[in-house]
Design a protein around this ligand. Structure first.
Ligand SMILES: C[S@@+](CC[C@H](N)C(=O)[O-])C[C@H]1O[C@@H](n2cnc3c(N)ncnc32)[C@H](O)[C@@H]1O
Length: 236
């Protein structure tokens, strides 16, 4: 077990949300979780909704669009003038898969499917939702953050799961994130994508990282560390 990563109950985020909006029934727009490998569960979507409600991001950045399910989820829950930038490999992509592990095989399959199915959840949407989504077709290893530096309030890292990609995506996330923003990794503690856990655990030696129990979400939210720890202790 990694001693640096603090494992919190989902209700830690929910309690913070309830305290922030004491006079509201908190709601959002959810979609049926897809059957594709690596997709978000309903609980994970609820946790992302909590971040969206608390931060009210003007810009969201997603590494790994795939079918666009989570891009659409973000678009439906952010403000009218906010934007989701979502990145995935282009046609004829060339990504170094690294070693031939089970994870890199699954990643190759996901990249092929992503190119073939062309973010179909975004295609299925109406123009109000599409207007909020900016798809970027680019190998994340070649993506340059200069136009988005210090301007993104929520970065969702869910692209390639091999160490060199997670590491590069995380460094780029730290360049883009605002002071109040949150960086979220998906597939932490996944049985298949073990590089994510290894990388995030190592990252947690120099940065405060939280993991939400019963999910594959880990996150770093510098501006709220004290509140998170205080609320966590109140439930322990
Ligand atoms: C697990 S899927 C993303 C799922 C999506 N975020 C969701 O919640 O619906 C991972 C995606 O990352 C993409 N990907 C993998 N390596 C990449 C890279 N180097 N650059 C950009 N995208 C990459 C794959 O093509 C795949 O579509």
């Amino acid at each position: 077990m990694n001693q640096n990563v603090t494992i919190i109950k989902p209700k830690v985020l929910i309690k913070i949300l309830e305290d922030y909006f004491p006079d509201q029934n908190i709601s959002g727009t959810f979609m049926m979780p897809p059957s594709y490998i690596g997709s978000l569960t309903l609980l994970e979507s609820a946790m992302l909704l909590a971040f969206v409600k608390l931060i009210r991001p003007k810009k969201v950045f997603e590494f790994g669009t795939f079918m666009g399910h989570t891009s659409v989820f973000f678009a439906k829950n952010i403000a009218e003038d906010a934007k989701v930038h979502t990145l995935d490999v282009p046609q004829n992509y060339a990504v170094n898969d690294g070693s031939k592990t089970k994870a890199s095989e699954v990643d190759s399959l996901l990249r092929d499917q992503s190119v073939t199915l062309k973010a179909k959840c975004i295609t299925n949407e109406n123009k109000e939702v599409k207007r909020k989504i900016n798809p970027i077709l680019c190998n994340s290893l070649e993506f340059e953050t200069d136009k988005l530096q210090n301007s993104v309030d929520l970065v969702f890292i869910d692209g390639g799961h091999e160490t060199h990609i997670i590491s590069s995506d995380t460094i780029k996330a730290t360049e883009m994130i605002t002071e109040k923003g949150v960086i979220v990794w998906h597939d932490y503690k996944s049985d298949v994508f073990t590089d994510v856990t290894e990388y995030v655990d190592k990252f947690s030696q120099s940065h405060k990282v939280f993991h939400i129990a019963h999910t594959n979400i880990a996150f770093m939210w510098k501006s709220q560390e004290e509140l998170l720890l205080k609320t966590h202790r109140s439930f322990s």
